[in-house]
Design a protein around this ligand. Structure first.
Ligand code: SF4
Length: 487
């Protein structure tokens, strides 16, 4: 018969533990402990306490800050999870000096942390600066989409919400009438279920009414700005497209220094498009650098800024040029022009394949060359042979002289080629096209100048550093913070 080593669950073993010895030099917890104790000014947290004479002693904010930041670095983001770790994990015990704060204390600290977190972020940057970790040679700006704790189904414009609320009210009315008429006949269980359903709908209607009364309509950007969807649960968040579909959330944008990948400025925007965020991000970098360094003049003008095509627009290129910033912002054709991707068919095929995998439909609409434009007669025929009406004669698009045409609705609606021509075969408007006047001297736009700059060997070299600067930051941050961020 086999024999096994003896064991006894009822035995006693004493394990001596010195918490200070658990925080080993060279580890993240050691740095965190040292920085919080020696470099950060936590007086902003202390101002909240009013227990100088009366009341029980509070948990030291330094302890709470250490365990919260350490928990985030380990992907633990819930207060209950942090409280549990403080009871079970020796590193958390060491950092909290075994004080074991209750989860409600941690939740309260985190909820009110936003008041003090911005100055703390600047203090951390100061420490990084003193240690020579911020090189100021190049800052890479990029964003990632973060889902919020709100359902996208509750995102509508005010007009849509009003319709929804009326529909719910009508449904409640119908259910109440039916409920009263059958009141005595239906089983108590069914009656209870109906009542619960009515109550739920009434709550939804009240929620919409409150939102309509208290939240102003959100208006999009641009010349033809119109009302955009607003979320009832989290009005600051927005519906945004990601590679994994539409989410309700925020666009977290960060500016990262290229020397040691230190984030110098970050902000969450409740908007998917990133173009509008470029200038505020630059001003944010400038503000942070002003606060941490002695040299205050021309900080942005003595560095390089890189960003991807999400931040590319004529307006942004113009502003960067006027601010005298050495910037490298790619446009969405940048890779196609790059000789390193000379096999453009393979590249395009790869792109299409990736888009197909993500569920995007690749648009193969008729190009301008498929339309028969006669500049002398001022007429245009579409690929189906139908004449188009001139919607803009000698107008201007991006400062260039252009003539625009549009298909007649009566032709487009029944056209057999509309799947190849229209963006959406069910759209009400006919196809629009615009032809630029080639005889006009075309002034080089800011976009053209940026293309020329970024296509140069030096431009490509500098832009190529962007990926290695900002992407690893998001790559590390997403899994370790337990975040569900999306590109
Ligand atoms: S959809 Fe309209 S514009 Fe396009 S080919 Fe057909 S008729 Fe012409």
């Amino acid at each position: 018969m086999a024999r096994f080593k003896h064991y006894d669950y009822n035995q006693t073993k004493m394990i001596p533990l010195r918490f200070a010895d658990q925080i080993q030099s060279g580890t993240f917890e050691y740095t965190l402990n040292h920085v919080v104790d020696n470099d950060l000014d936590l007086s902003i947290f202390e101002q909240r306490y009013r227990n100088d004479i009366n009341g029980a002693p509070a948990y030291d904010p330094a302890i709470l800050l250490k365990i919260v930041l350490f928990a985030y670095s380990r992907g633990i983001t819930s207060s209950r999870g942090i409280a549990q770790a403080c009871r079970e994990n020796v590193l958390f015990m060491a950092l909290s000096a075994d004080s074991q704060p209750h989860h409600s204390t941690i939740a309260d600290f985190v909820t009110r942390m936003d008041e003090g977190i911005a100055p703390l972020f600047t203090h951390v940057l100061m420490v990084c600066n003193q240690m020579g970790l911020i090189g100021r040679e190049m800052f890479a700006i990029d964003g990632c989409k973060l889902p919020s704790n709100a359902s996208k189904e509750w995102s509508e414009t005010h007009a849509e919400l009003t319709r929804k609320q009326r529909k719910i009210d009508r449904a409640v009315e119908r259910m109440l009438v039916a409920h009263r008429s059958q009141d005595q006949r239906v089983e108590p269980k069914i009656r209870e279920r109906q009542e619960a359903q009515i109550e739920k709908l009434e709550q939804a209607s009240a929620k919409i009414k409150k939102h309509l009364a208290t939240e102003p309509e959100r208006i999009g950007r641009g010349k033809r700005a119109k009302a955009i969807k607003n979320n009832i649960t989290d009005p600051d968040s927005a519906s945004m497209k990601t590679s994994k579909g539409v989410i309700q959330g925020y666009n977290g944008i960060a500016a990262v220094d290229s020397k040691h990948q230190v984030i110098v400025h970050a902000h969450a925007y409740g908007e998917g498009p990133e173009q509008h965020a470029l200038v505020p991000m630059l001003l944010g970098i400038k503000r942070q650098l002003y606060q941490i360094s002695e040299k205050n003049e021309g900080i942005l003008q003595s560095t390089k800024i890189t960003a991807d095509s999400g931040f590319h627009s004529e307006d942004n290129m113009k502003r960067l040029s006027r601010m005298g910033i050495d910037s490298y912002i790619a446009d969405n054709q940048f890779r196609k022009r790059d000789p390193r991707f000379i096999d453009s068919i393979t590249y395009q095929e790869e792109q299409e394949k990736r888009q197909a995998e993500r569920g995007y439909k690749h648009s193969k609409r008729f190009a301008l060359s498929d339309f028969d434009y006669d500049p002398v007669a001022g007429t245009c025929r579409c690929p189906a042979g139908n004449s188009m009406w001139c919607r803009m004669e000698d107008g201007r698009i991006n400062g260039r002289k252009a003539t625009g045409f549009q298909g007649y609705r009566k032709y487009c609606r029944v056209c057999p080629l509309k799947a190849q021509c229209l963006r959406d075969p069910n759209q009400k408007e006919g196809r629009q096209v615009a032809f630029f006047d080639r005889s006009e001297h075309k002034e080089s736009s800011y976009i053209d100048r940026m293309k020329e700059k970024i296509d140069s060997p030096m431009g490509r070299h500098i832009y190529s550093q962007r990926l290695g600067t900002v992407e690893p930051v998001f790559g590390t941050w997403k899994p370790t913070r337990g975040s569900n961020a999306l590109p």
